[in-house]
Design a binder for this molecule. Structure first.
Ligand code: RIB
Ligand code: CA
Length: 312
Protein backbone atom coordinates (compact mmCIF):
# COMPACT_ATOMS: atom_id res chain seq x y z
CA UNK A 1 0.00 0.00 0.00
CA UNK A 2 1.33 3.45 -0.88
CA UNK A 3 1.29 5.79 2.10
CA UNK A 4 -0.09 9.30 1.77
CA UNK A 5 -0.42 12.34 3.99
CA UNK A 6 -2.97 15.01 3.12
CA UNK A 7 -2.36 18.61 4.15
CA UNK A 8 -5.79 20.15 3.91
CA UNK A 9 -8.14 23.06 4.64
CA UNK A 10 -11.58 21.41 4.39
CA UNK A 11 -13.28 22.89 2.43
CA UNK A 12 -15.93 21.24 0.32
CA UNK A 13 -13.57 20.09 -2.41
CA UNK A 14 -11.03 18.94 0.20
CA UNK A 15 -13.79 16.75 1.62
CA UNK A 16 -14.57 15.38 -1.83
CA UNK A 17 -10.86 14.66 -2.34
CA UNK A 18 -10.60 12.80 0.96
CA UNK A 19 -13.65 10.68 0.05
CA UNK A 20 -11.95 9.90 -3.27
CA UNK A 21 -8.61 9.02 -1.68
CA UNK A 22 -10.09 6.94 1.15
CA UNK A 23 -11.76 4.61 -1.34
CA UNK A 24 -8.62 3.92 -3.38
CA UNK A 25 -7.55 0.30 -2.86
CA UNK A 26 -3.81 0.81 -3.26
CA UNK A 27 -3.24 3.73 -0.90
CA UNK A 28 -3.45 4.30 2.85
CA UNK A 29 -4.03 7.74 4.32
CA UNK A 30 -1.54 8.04 7.18
CA UNK A 31 -2.88 11.32 8.51
CA UNK A 32 -4.63 14.59 7.86
CA UNK A 33 -2.66 17.79 8.49
CA UNK A 34 -5.17 20.58 9.07
CA UNK A 35 -4.27 24.12 8.03
CA UNK A 36 -6.12 27.45 7.92
CA UNK A 37 -7.26 28.43 4.46
CA UNK A 38 -10.77 28.18 3.11
CA UNK A 39 -11.93 28.92 6.64
CA UNK A 40 -10.20 29.23 10.01
CA UNK A 41 -8.25 26.39 11.62
CA UNK A 42 -10.95 25.78 14.21
CA UNK A 43 -13.24 24.81 11.33
CA UNK A 44 -10.71 22.99 9.14
CA UNK A 45 -9.53 20.91 12.11
CA UNK A 46 -13.08 20.03 13.13
CA UNK A 47 -13.97 19.23 9.51
CA UNK A 48 -10.90 17.01 9.18
CA UNK A 49 -12.02 15.03 12.24
CA UNK A 50 -15.54 14.75 10.83
CA UNK A 51 -14.16 13.42 7.55
CA UNK A 52 -12.35 10.57 9.31
CA UNK A 53 -15.74 9.55 10.73
CA UNK A 54 -17.45 9.85 7.33
CA UNK A 55 -14.83 7.57 5.73
CA UNK A 56 -14.85 5.40 8.89
CA UNK A 57 -11.07 5.32 9.22
CA UNK A 58 -9.28 6.13 12.48
CA UNK A 59 -6.74 8.39 10.78
CA UNK A 60 -4.79 10.76 13.04
CA UNK A 61 -5.63 14.42 12.53
CA UNK A 62 -2.95 16.97 13.40
CA UNK A 63 -3.61 20.67 14.10
CA UNK A 64 -1.45 22.92 11.93
CA UNK A 65 -0.96 26.60 11.32
CA UNK A 66 -3.82 28.97 12.11
CA UNK A 67 -2.35 31.92 10.18
CA UNK A 68 -0.30 32.42 7.01
CA UNK A 69 3.39 33.16 7.59
CA UNK A 70 3.18 36.91 7.00
CA UNK A 71 -0.26 38.38 6.43
CA UNK A 72 -3.87 37.30 6.01
CA UNK A 73 -5.34 38.12 2.62
CA UNK A 74 -8.80 36.54 2.30
CA UNK A 75 -10.59 33.27 3.06
CA UNK A 76 -12.98 31.31 0.84
CA UNK A 77 -16.05 31.09 3.07
CA UNK A 78 -18.12 32.47 0.20
CA UNK A 79 -17.46 29.26 -1.73
CA UNK A 80 -17.36 26.76 1.13
CA UNK A 81 -19.74 28.19 3.76
CA UNK A 82 -18.77 29.76 7.07
CA UNK A 83 -18.11 26.33 8.62
CA UNK A 84 -16.17 25.21 5.54
CA UNK A 85 -18.53 22.36 4.63
CA UNK A 86 -21.56 24.07 3.17
CA UNK A 87 -23.00 25.25 6.50
CA UNK A 88 -25.03 22.09 6.98
CA UNK A 89 -23.96 21.91 10.63
CA UNK A 90 -22.19 18.52 10.53
CA UNK A 91 -19.75 17.99 13.42
CA UNK A 92 -17.56 15.05 14.52
CA UNK A 93 -19.19 12.79 17.12
CA UNK A 94 -16.17 11.26 18.83
CA UNK A 95 -12.82 11.87 17.13
CA UNK A 96 -10.26 14.08 18.87
CA UNK A 97 -7.27 15.76 17.28
CA UNK A 98 -3.70 14.78 18.07
CA UNK A 99 -1.70 17.17 20.24
CA UNK A 100 1.35 17.08 17.93
CA UNK A 101 1.55 20.03 15.52
CA UNK A 102 1.02 19.11 11.88
CA UNK A 103 4.42 20.45 10.82
CA UNK A 104 6.16 18.38 13.49
CA UNK A 105 4.16 15.30 12.51
CA UNK A 106 5.14 15.78 8.86
CA UNK A 107 8.84 16.05 9.75
CA UNK A 108 8.63 13.06 12.12
CA UNK A 109 6.91 10.77 9.60
CA UNK A 110 9.23 11.80 6.76
CA UNK A 111 12.24 10.97 8.95
CA UNK A 112 10.75 7.74 10.31
CA UNK A 113 9.97 6.53 6.77
CA UNK A 114 12.25 8.30 4.29
CA UNK A 115 11.10 8.21 0.66
CA UNK A 116 7.95 6.26 1.54
CA UNK A 117 5.37 8.96 2.05
CA UNK A 118 3.65 10.99 -0.66
CA UNK A 119 2.30 14.36 0.48
CA UNK A 120 -0.81 15.88 -1.06
CA UNK A 121 -0.95 19.60 -0.26
CA UNK A 122 -4.46 20.76 -1.08
CA UNK A 123 -4.58 23.89 1.04
CA UNK A 124 -2.23 26.79 1.65
CA UNK A 125 1.39 25.64 2.06
CA UNK A 126 1.93 27.12 5.54
CA UNK A 127 2.38 23.76 7.34
CA UNK A 128 4.80 22.52 4.67
CA UNK A 129 6.85 25.73 4.87
CA UNK A 130 7.10 25.45 8.65
CA UNK A 131 8.13 21.81 8.29
CA UNK A 132 10.86 22.95 5.89
CA UNK A 133 12.25 25.37 8.46
CA UNK A 134 12.44 22.48 10.94
CA UNK A 135 13.96 20.03 8.45
CA UNK A 136 15.41 21.63 5.28
CA UNK A 137 16.05 18.13 3.89
CA UNK A 138 12.31 17.40 3.77
CA UNK A 139 12.15 17.39 -0.07
CA UNK A 140 14.59 14.49 -0.24
CA UNK A 141 12.71 12.53 2.42
CA UNK A 142 9.28 12.58 0.80
CA UNK A 143 8.50 10.15 -2.01
CA UNK A 144 6.54 12.78 -3.88
CA UNK A 145 4.75 16.10 -3.38
CA UNK A 146 1.53 16.92 -5.22
CA UNK A 147 0.31 20.49 -4.81
CA UNK A 148 -3.11 21.80 -5.71
CA UNK A 149 -2.24 25.40 -6.34
CA UNK A 150 -1.41 28.12 -8.78
CA UNK A 151 -2.70 29.44 -12.07
CA UNK A 152 0.05 28.76 -14.57
CA UNK A 153 -1.05 31.32 -17.19
CA UNK A 154 -2.48 33.87 -14.76
CA UNK A 155 -6.15 32.85 -14.75
CA UNK A 156 -6.59 32.95 -11.01
CA UNK A 157 -9.60 32.75 -8.71
CA UNK A 158 -8.91 35.41 -6.10
CA UNK A 159 -9.20 39.18 -5.75
CA UNK A 160 -5.59 39.25 -6.95
CA UNK A 161 -6.84 38.19 -10.42
CA UNK A 162 -3.74 36.22 -11.46
CA UNK A 163 -3.41 34.26 -8.19
CA UNK A 164 -5.10 31.02 -7.14
CA UNK A 165 -6.39 30.76 -3.58
CA UNK A 166 -3.97 28.27 -1.97
CA UNK A 167 -0.97 30.24 -3.15
CA UNK A 168 -2.53 33.66 -2.56
CA UNK A 169 -3.44 32.77 1.02
CA UNK A 170 0.26 32.26 1.84
CA UNK A 171 2.62 33.31 -0.99
CA UNK A 172 5.70 33.29 1.28
CA UNK A 173 5.03 29.68 2.23
CA UNK A 174 4.60 28.73 -1.42
CA UNK A 175 7.82 30.56 -2.29
CA UNK A 176 9.69 28.58 0.37
CA UNK A 177 8.30 25.26 -0.87
CA UNK A 178 8.96 25.76 -4.59
CA UNK A 179 12.41 27.19 -3.85
CA UNK A 180 13.32 24.26 -1.60
CA UNK A 181 12.31 21.69 -4.21
CA UNK A 182 14.17 23.61 -6.93
CA UNK A 183 17.31 23.72 -4.76
CA UNK A 184 17.63 19.91 -4.79
CA UNK A 185 16.45 19.46 -8.37
CA UNK A 186 13.17 17.75 -7.44
CA UNK A 187 9.81 18.23 -9.16
CA UNK A 188 6.51 19.11 -7.54
CA UNK A 189 3.42 17.80 -9.33
CA UNK A 190 1.33 20.92 -9.79
CA UNK A 191 -2.44 20.70 -10.31
CA UNK A 192 -3.46 24.30 -10.88
CA UNK A 193 -6.78 26.14 -11.13
CA UNK A 194 -6.71 26.20 -14.91
CA UNK A 195 -6.49 22.42 -15.37
CA UNK A 196 -9.17 22.17 -12.69
CA UNK A 197 -11.50 24.23 -14.88
CA UNK A 198 -10.70 22.13 -17.95
CA UNK A 199 -11.62 18.93 -16.13
CA UNK A 200 -14.64 19.78 -13.99
CA UNK A 201 -17.39 17.29 -13.26
CA UNK A 202 -20.23 17.62 -15.83
CA UNK A 203 -23.56 18.63 -14.32
CA UNK A 204 -25.30 15.46 -15.53
CA UNK A 205 -22.66 13.34 -13.79
CA UNK A 206 -23.00 15.31 -10.55
CA UNK A 207 -26.77 15.02 -10.80
CA UNK A 208 -26.44 11.23 -10.95
CA UNK A 209 -24.13 11.22 -7.91
CA UNK A 210 -26.65 13.36 -6.01
CA UNK A 211 -29.25 10.58 -6.37
CA UNK A 212 -26.97 7.81 -5.07
CA UNK A 213 -28.27 6.24 -1.86
CA UNK A 214 -25.04 5.57 0.03
CA UNK A 215 -24.14 7.54 3.21
CA UNK A 216 -21.05 9.00 1.51
CA UNK A 217 -23.07 10.12 -1.51
CA UNK A 218 -25.63 11.73 0.80
CA UNK A 219 -22.78 13.49 2.64
CA UNK A 220 -21.35 14.63 -0.72
CA UNK A 221 -24.76 16.03 -1.71
CA UNK A 222 -25.30 17.76 1.62
CA UNK A 223 -21.97 19.58 1.69
CA UNK A 224 -22.01 20.32 -2.05
CA UNK A 225 -25.54 21.70 -2.30
CA UNK A 226 -24.55 25.37 -1.91
CA UNK A 227 -21.52 24.95 -4.15
CA UNK A 228 -23.72 23.22 -6.76
CA UNK A 229 -26.20 26.09 -6.79
CA UNK A 230 -23.47 28.75 -6.84
CA UNK A 231 -21.57 26.99 -9.65
CA UNK A 232 -24.42 26.22 -12.00
CA UNK A 233 -27.14 28.75 -11.18
CA UNK A 234 -25.19 31.83 -10.09
CA UNK A 235 -21.80 31.62 -11.81
CA UNK A 236 -23.21 29.66 -14.77
CA UNK A 237 -20.12 27.45 -14.85
CA UNK A 238 -20.02 24.61 -17.44
CA UNK A 239 -19.03 22.03 -14.81
CA UNK A 240 -18.41 21.55 -11.08
CA UNK A 241 -14.81 22.55 -10.49
CA UNK A 242 -13.09 19.98 -8.26
CA UNK A 243 -9.56 21.19 -7.63
CA UNK A 244 -8.61 18.99 -4.69
CA UNK A 245 -10.20 15.79 -6.03
CA UNK A 246 -8.20 16.32 -9.23
CA UNK A 247 -4.97 16.67 -7.24
CA UNK A 248 -5.68 13.42 -5.37
CA UNK A 249 -6.65 11.65 -8.58
CA UNK A 250 -3.29 12.64 -10.10
CA UNK A 251 -1.53 11.45 -6.95
CA UNK A 252 -3.34 8.12 -6.79
CA UNK A 253 -3.19 7.25 -10.50
CA UNK A 254 -0.39 9.21 -12.21
CA UNK A 255 -1.21 7.59 -15.55
CA UNK A 256 -4.51 9.48 -15.51
CA UNK A 257 -2.39 12.42 -16.75
CA UNK A 258 -2.51 12.76 -20.55
CA UNK A 259 -0.39 15.93 -20.82
CA UNK A 260 2.17 17.56 -18.53
CA UNK A 261 5.16 19.86 -18.97
CA UNK A 262 8.15 20.44 -16.69
CA UNK A 263 9.14 24.04 -16.12
CA UNK A 264 10.59 26.34 -13.50
CA UNK A 265 7.84 27.88 -11.40
CA UNK A 266 8.29 30.74 -8.95
CA UNK A 267 5.96 32.72 -6.73
CA UNK A 268 5.44 36.47 -6.83
CA UNK A 269 5.37 37.72 -3.23
CA UNK A 270 5.32 41.48 -3.95
CA UNK A 271 3.26 43.48 -6.45
CA UNK A 272 -0.09 45.05 -5.71
CA UNK A 273 -1.90 43.12 -8.46
CA UNK A 274 0.37 40.09 -8.76
CA UNK A 275 1.07 38.92 -5.20
CA UNK A 276 0.59 35.15 -5.13
CA UNK A 277 0.95 34.74 -8.89
CA UNK A 278 2.68 31.54 -10.07
CA UNK A 279 5.25 32.62 -12.64
CA UNK A 280 6.12 29.83 -15.09
CA UNK A 281 9.22 30.17 -17.29
CA UNK A 282 7.44 28.56 -20.27
CA UNK A 283 10.20 29.43 -22.77
CA UNK A 284 12.99 28.52 -20.30
CA UNK A 285 14.41 32.02 -20.71
CA UNK A 286 16.32 31.90 -17.40
CA UNK A 287 17.72 28.42 -17.94
CA UNK A 288 16.83 27.39 -14.38
CA UNK A 289 16.12 23.69 -13.73
CA UNK A 290 12.46 22.72 -13.67
CA UNK A 291 10.87 22.37 -10.22
CA UNK A 292 7.30 21.83 -11.38
CA UNK A 293 5.66 19.02 -13.33
CA UNK A 294 2.66 21.00 -14.52
CA UNK A 295 -0.39 18.83 -15.14
CA UNK A 296 -2.17 20.09 -18.24
CA UNK A 297 -4.69 17.38 -19.09
CA UNK A 298 -6.17 14.21 -17.58
CA UNK A 299 -8.51 11.39 -18.63
CA UNK A 300 -11.93 12.76 -17.63
CA UNK A 301 -13.74 9.44 -17.46
CA UNK A 302 -11.11 7.93 -15.17
CA UNK A 303 -11.21 11.02 -12.95
CA UNK A 304 -14.99 10.78 -12.68
CA UNK A 305 -14.77 7.06 -11.96
CA UNK A 306 -12.37 7.69 -9.08
CA UNK A 307 -14.72 10.27 -7.58
CA UNK A 308 -17.74 7.96 -7.96
CA UNK A 309 -15.78 5.15 -6.28
CA UNK A 310 -15.41 7.45 -3.28
CA UNK A 311 -19.16 7.91 -3.00
CA UNK A 312 -20.20 4.25 -2.87
O1 RIB B 1 -8.18 27.37 -5.51
C1 RIB B 1 -8.75 26.14 -5.10
C2 RIB B 1 -8.16 25.69 -3.82
O2 RIB B 1 -8.42 26.66 -2.82
C3 RIB B 1 -8.76 24.38 -3.30
O3 RIB B 1 -7.81 23.68 -2.55
C4 RIB B 1 -9.88 24.85 -2.41
O4 RIB B 1 -10.16 23.92 -1.36
C5 RIB B 1 -9.27 26.10 -1.83
O5 RIB B 1 -8.47 25.72 -0.74
CA1 CA C 1 -8.32 22.97 -0.30
Amino acid sequence: MDRILIDTDPGVDDAQAILLAAAHPKHRIEGLLAVAGNVGLEHTLRNSLLLTEVIDQKIPVYPGCAQPLVMFQEDAADAHGHDGLGDVGLVPQQRQAETEHAALALVRMANESPNEITLAAIGPLTNVAVALTIDPDLPKKLKRLVVMGGAVTGHGNTSSITAEFNIYFDPEAAHMVFTAWAKVGLLIDVVDWEVTKRHGFPQEVVNRWRTMDSPKAKFFKAITDKNYDRSFNVLKRPSLYAADPLALAVLLEPDIVTKAEQRHLSIEINGSHSRGQTIVDWDNRLGKPANANIILAVDDLRFQALMEQGLR
